[in-house]
Design a protein. Structure first.
Length: 578
């Protein structure tokens, strides 16, 4: 089969003398039309740099290709070496023939332009569409990646959408021109498992229809097993193993490949849950949430009068015990992150009651701290790591003395970063390393409750396992309570004592992790579990679930019926009639 992309001895360096600061060392691979090559490896392995070098986006990040070639076959049959092409030639290829889905959508979308404006731009430039045509095409592009209320979402600014929805917007933009080559850099990292399966189904369908070749960069080897044709494993800028999917997964030859496979979190339908906490009458509640409701106004017309409300969270209630982890799972936009933000008073509840208390004897000025989903948006790029870790102390008027610095060094060590990181800036770390910095900062004030919003989704599997172990160790040592918001069922199985499943702003099932995962009673919970990727799920024909997500927009004065729950066992409740 003819090659779509042929990369030979690719070397990439950074700085004024890139030859002496090389980070990618002689990478070679071929990609055929309609084929998917998965590039896997830990943060800092060079996989993203390799992909950015293919279409020369690395030039805009201080990098340079120092040697090698990247031969790309164009639609007219001609071949061009992208490594030596002029910028004018590349402008006609990027976006049109080579699409790119980036890992962190907030750094890719313009924060001051609406979602619709940014998608319409693709159709105006690539297909010379008029205003009405471009607007219709933009709405259809959002519907294609299953974003509810697509017409209304086109008017939103990026900050008004969740991380998962922003990633779907980026995917819609990348697919708009039906590129010959699609480079996907961790495209489903921020997505819950059901949307992830739908996006993979969409990408599979596109491959079959158009023959698009794909470079798929990920740390989720379970996802690779269901989608890729070939696998390339990278470590420290080098290719350590490459071959057909089954050969690499079933008979890995390199020790690093074996290490990655061993670190993959395996979902086992509730058989691997934690049993290190006993809930009894003496257990101390550190958080109580009752009838939490969060609504955002919807305005329309020239006078921007309120015409309704977005019922983002509706009647959510639960408690959290000292030393307990409650996992909150659900689709992007289901209200799980809004719930977390309301608990920290970052979002003002419409009604309901939230009570949080510190632990007896604990030194904690702020009993609740949060680790956000997007580390880029959480870390000030102008501050050093030492200044970033000092921020919580400064907020409560603590001195930055030798004891404070010692705690910084201890926490950096616990999250797997060296003490000399204190003098570095966020841009000097990979995405996974930046998230570890966020976790360390959240622990600076020794909180009693830690809210973790997709806190490990950006980490590669081996580091993810270490951070989860760290969180469990800290919890057991200090009696911390965790509210763990995630879309990864394998992760929630490993860390959570209880699970609350959230759908369309409401809890539809809640109970002990082992019961909910082994004996799910709600249809939506079953759907989540069915969509979990697995190493055993090879070459899956991902189907596109076209089930319509219910709109959360309601007219003025609309009030839902009071929720009714049925018991499915001790502490296991399922919402009836929903």
């Amino acid at each position: 089969m003819s090659s779509l992309l042929s990369v030979r001895d690719l070397k990439v360096g950074f700085g004024p003398r890139p030859e002496s600061n090389e980070v990618v060392h002689g990478v070679s691979f071929d990609l055929a039309p309609g084929e998917t090559l998965a590039i896997v490896g830990e943060s800092g392995s060079g996989k993203s740099v390799t992909s950015m070098a293919v279409n020369r986006l690395i030039d805009f990040g201080g990098g340079r290709i120092t040697s090698g070639s990247t031969a790309f076959t164009r639609a007219d049959g001609s071949t061009i070496d992208l490594a030596r092409a002029e910028e004018r030639q590349l402008e006609g290829i990027r976006g049109r023939e080579i699409g790119m889905i980036f890992q962190e959508p907030m750094t890719s979308l313009n924060p001051v332009l609406s979602i619709g404006t940014q998608i319409e731009e693709v159709f105006r430039i690539q297909f010379a569409m008029s205003g009405a045509e471009a607007k219709t095409a933009a709405r259809e592009a959002l519907e294609r990646v299953r974003i509810p209320d697509a017409a209304r979402r086109l008017t939103y600014a990026p900050h008004q959408l969740s991380g998962g929805m922003l990633q779907r917007v980026m995917i819609a933009i990348a697919l708009a021109s039906n590129p010959r080559l699609l480079i996907a850099d961790e495209p489903t990292t921020a997505l819950d498992v059901t949307i992830q399966a739908q996006i993979m189904g969409l990408l599979s369908e596109m491959k079959r229809e158009t023959g698009t070749g794909m470079i798929f960069i990920t740390h989720d080897i379970g996802l690779v097993a269901g989608f890729a044709d070939r696998v390339m494993v990278m470590q420290q800028g080098e290719v350590v193993e490459q071959g057909m999917l089954d050969a690499v997964l079933d008979n890995p030859q390199h020790d690093y490949t074996k290490h990655l496979l061993n670190a993959v979190p395996h979902f086992s339908d509730g058989r691997s849950v934690r049993h290190d906490m006993q809930r009894d009458e003496g257990s101390r509640k550190v958080l109580e949430v009752e009838d939490l409701t969060v609504r955002f106004p919807v305005r329309a017309g020239l006078l921007k009068r309120q015409t309704g409300n977005v019922h983002a969270v509706e009647g959510v209630g639960f408690d959290l015990m000292q030393g307990e982890t409650l996992g909150i799972v659900g689709e992007s936009g289901s209200g799980k992150s809004t719930t977390a933000r309301a608990i920290l008073d970052l979002v003002r509840p419409t009604k309901g009651r939230i009570r949080a208390e510190g632990l007896a004897g604990a030194v904690s000025d702020k009993p609740v701290q949060m680790v956000f989903q997007n580390p880029n948006a959480s870390l000030n790029p102008r501050l050093t790591v030492k200044q970033l870790l000092a921020e919580p102390l400064i907020a409560v008027r603590r001195r930055i003395d030798a004891e404070a610095v010692s705690r910084m060094e201890m926490l950096l060590d616990r999250v797997g970063l060296p003490a000399d990181s204190l003098a570095r800036y966020p841009h000097e770390f990979s995405g996974g390393q930046r998230q570890r910095l966020c976790i360390a900062r959240a622990l600076m004030l020794n909180p009693s409750i830690l809210v973790l919003d997709e806190a490990v989704s950006a980490l590669d599997v081996s580091v993810q396992a270490k951070v989860l172990d760290l969180l469990i160790d800290l919890q057991n040592e200090f009696g911390l309570a965790y509210l763990f918001v995630t879309h990864d069922m394998a992760v929630v199985e490993r860390i959570a004592h209880r699970i609350a499943v959230v759908y369309a702003g409401q809890i539809v099932e809640i109970g002990p992790t082992s019961e909910v995962l082994a004996n799910p009673r709600h249809d939506y919970t079953r759907q989540l579990i069915k969509a979990v990727p697995s190493l055993d799920r090879r070459h899956s024909d991902y189907g596109i679930d076209l089930t319509e997500i219910p709109s959360l927009v309601r007219p003025m004065g609309w009030e839902p019926d009071a929720p009714r729950y049925e018991s499915a066992g001790e502490g296991h409740l399922v919402r009836a009639g929903a």
